[in-house]
Design a protein around this ligand. Structure first.
Ligand SMILES: [Cu+2]
Length: 126
């Protein structure tokens, strides 16, 4: 009788373990990717601005990838939606010293940029 009970328990435990493993695998497979893409218009002027913005975004929480197009000054950002948000990202760009859509550049950071990178500078690429 005792052996029978032990066997049944072992069976129950292994069935429960299998159910647990399967449900974990299913939930992992169903989870949608946590990244989204975002385009932000900036006040970047040149290649230095591009490098500066991409570098600083690169070390910011939740940013997976960023690429600034110098033709239209739009930075395309891939970010982790669980770790950051469009509002936070715009705030980061403002703190680097650049306008980010409706968020105006942090004045102190902007004024600390090289002259050719400031908003009053004439348009140029390098
Ligand atoms: Cu610049």
């Amino acid at each position: 009788m005792a052996t029978y009970r032990t066997k049944t328990m072992k069976k129950t435990i292994s069935i429960l373990a299998i159910i647990l493993i399967i449900s974990t695998l299913v939930s992992l497979a169903v989870e949608p990717p946590k990244t989204a893409e975002l385009k932000i218009k900036t006040s970047a002027k040149c290649g230095m601005c591009k490098k500066r913005i991409e570098r600083d975004l690169g070390v910011s929480k939740g940013i997976v990838n960023s690429n600034l197009n110098l033709d239209d000054k739009v930075v395309t950002i891939t970010y982790n939606t669980k770790k950051t948000s469009p509002a936070k990202i715009k705030e980061v760009i403002s703190k680097i010293g650049y306008d980010a859509d409706e968020v105006v550049a942090n004045q102190k950071s902007h004024d600390a940029l090289p002259g050719c990178c400031q908003k009053s500078a004439a348009a140029h690429k390098d």
